[in-house]
Write a protein that binds this ligand. Structure first.
Ligand SMILES: Nc1ncnc2c1ncn2[C@@H]1O[C@H](COP(=O)(O)OP(=O)(O)O)[C@@H](O)[C@H]1O
Ligand SMILES: [Mg+2]
Length: 481
């Protein structure tokens, strides 16, 4: 029998060890179970500004800032790719326990850079990625936070206070909430306040408007998709709003405009508490509280077969009716003043007041567009006043005309929703660049159409004889919600 190749082969000479360690990983430290340094290489010492002689035999915590080697030497649990702040930067460290006869006897630590070049590359390339990531994380967190609390919900009328109290009381419940109210009554504000007042407040508040998203995109918006789910799908896939809202609140605005097939899918997700991305097979568990809102009569829609009854019951666990402004007229002065304060800040103005006649007029108007309409009227006034007091002639013409019409019609129609004349576009008192005036007219035409259709955007677009997409683009441009 011949000798095998390995026989007599000398193991790595001991004298090579030091060199090899230095080549494998530039920075190495070994501690015993008490965290005393048994070995540290020169690379590590140079990096932390000490010498091997000074470091050996000392407690690792006194030599390396923020070291966790003594902990790993106790717990026996390795820590891989751990970020460790050193010298004002962050380095990546690996820490491995060392065993003898199954018992932890010490630990080996390495720093994952083998040369100063790598370190510099990390600093220039990775560090700025880490910073970028931090920036986006805080931005996303900020964007997904609710911006309003119950404190911002103004009104003292009994109908309004009842709605507000109910909303406050059920904030912490896990059940779905259905907010019913005309456009501009503050449904979104309520949803944000409920989230803000709940245990979910430090998790995301994600709002999605079922009416403004094109039907074919709604599904991927809500549930996300996997890589290659359809042509044009982003590489790597995309998270849906349900996943984004995990542990937080998902606000489904204009739920009455959700197409029937999507209603079935939504119901399934609400029942099973898990989503499947389009083109994906995995079920992803989601813990989301749903608050839905609509200005439409869902019960009637259920009767007419336009809204699924089972979904209606699922959403309607807690129903909150938000009264229209005309049913709580006593709140108009308080709300006007609070809106003026908000507008003053935006327009860098101070001390703006309403004349008594104006207040009277505001009290008379029926406000089909509710608080949003009031806000728009006041904003318009601030744009055209010269001094500090808002007078009658600063109000948009349609507020005057309505009253004239009412006076002329001795037999008043007992319809709550006064028609707003779309032809009554007021002009600013001072001459402004034509572009600005046209934009203002366009914005007001849209607002009038919305007031007429009680916030129904599709109908408003039809009235204006423009397409849905162009309508939504203009709403976005003029910040009309
Ligand atoms: N109770 C309220 N107090 C003060 N401002 C309100 C109140 N309700 C609504 N608003 C304001 O009116 C506007 C419309 O509110 P929003 O919640 O978007 O209405 P909706 O979703 O019902 O159409 C927002 O600018 C909001 O800040
Ligand atoms: Mg809304």
């Amino acid at each position: 029998m011949g000798r095998t190749v390995n026989q007599g082969f000398e193991r790595i000479p001991y004298s090579w060890h030091e060199q090899i360690i230095n080549l494998l990983a530039e920075r190495v430290v070994i501690v015993d179970r008490d965290g005393m340094i048994l070995y540290i290489n020169k690379g590590y010492c140079d990096f932390i500004g000490t010498t091997v002689d000074q470091a050996l035999g000392r407690d690792v915590q006194d030599v390396i800032a923020n070291s966790r080697m003594h902990i790993v030497a106790k717990t026996g649990e390795k820590e891989l790719a751990a970020l460790q702040p050193i010298n004002g930067s962050e380095m990546i460290a690996n820490r491995f326990p060392l065993f003898e006869n199954g018992e932890v006897v010490g630990a080996l630590g390495t720093v994952m850079f083998r040369s100063p070049e790598e370190w510099r590359m990390y600093k220039s390339k990775i560090q700025h990625l880490v910073e970028e990531l931090k920036y986006y994380q805080t931005k996303v967190q900020r964007d997904m936070k609710s911006k309003y609390s119950f404190h911002d919900l103004i009104g003292n009328s009994s109908t309004f206070l009842a709605a507000k109290k109910l909303a406050e009381r059920i904030s912490d419940s896990q059940s779905s909430v259905l907010l019913i109210g005309e456009s501009g009554t503050g449904k979104e504000l309520f949803a944000q306040a409920i989230h803000d007042n709940s245990v979910r407040c430090s998790s995301p508040f994600v709002a999605i408007n079922c009416a403004s998203i094109p039907e074919h995109l709604l599904e991927s918006e809500l549930y996300g998709y996997e890589d290659g789910a359809f042509t044009g799908a982003k590489k790597g896939g995309k998270m849906g709003q349900f996943e984004l809202a995990n542990e937080g609140t998902l606000f489904l605005d204009e739920i009455g405009d959700m197409p029937l097939p999507m209603q079935s899918k939504l119901l399934r997700v609400l029942q099973e508490k898990e989503v499947q991305r389009i083109g994906g097979h995995k079920s992803i568990p989601v813990d989301v509280r749903v608050i839905a809102a609509t200005h439409r009569d869902l019960e009637k829609m259920v009767e007419d077969g336009e809204f699924r009854q089972d979904l209606f019951y699922r959403l309607n666990v807690i129903k909150i009716d938000i009264p229209p402004l005309r049913k709580r007229k006593e709140d108009i002065p308080l709300i006007s003043i609070s809106l003026l304060k908000k507008l003053e800040k935006r327009f860098f103005r101070k001390g703006i007041e309403l004349s008594d006649e104006v207040m009277e007029k505001l009290m008379e108007h029926k406000w089909p567009g509710n608080i949003r309409e009031l806000e728009n009227v006041l904003e318009r006034c601030i744009n055209v006043i010269d001094g500090n007091t808002i007078q009658l002639d600063h109000l948009p013409l349609y507020l005057h005309e309505q009253q004239r019409e009412r006076k002329m019609q001795t037999q008043s129609i007992s319809n709550d929703n006064d028609a707003v004349s779309p032809t009554s576009i007021p002009l600013p008192l001072s001459v402004k660049p034509l572009k600005e005036t046209v934009a203002l007219a366009e914005k007001q035409a849209i607002q009038h159409a919305l007031a007429l259709t009680k916030g129904n955007k599709l109908e408003a677009a039809k009235l204006l004889e423009i397409g849905k997409t162009s309508f939504y683009e203009k709403c976005k441009l003029y910040e009309i919600k």
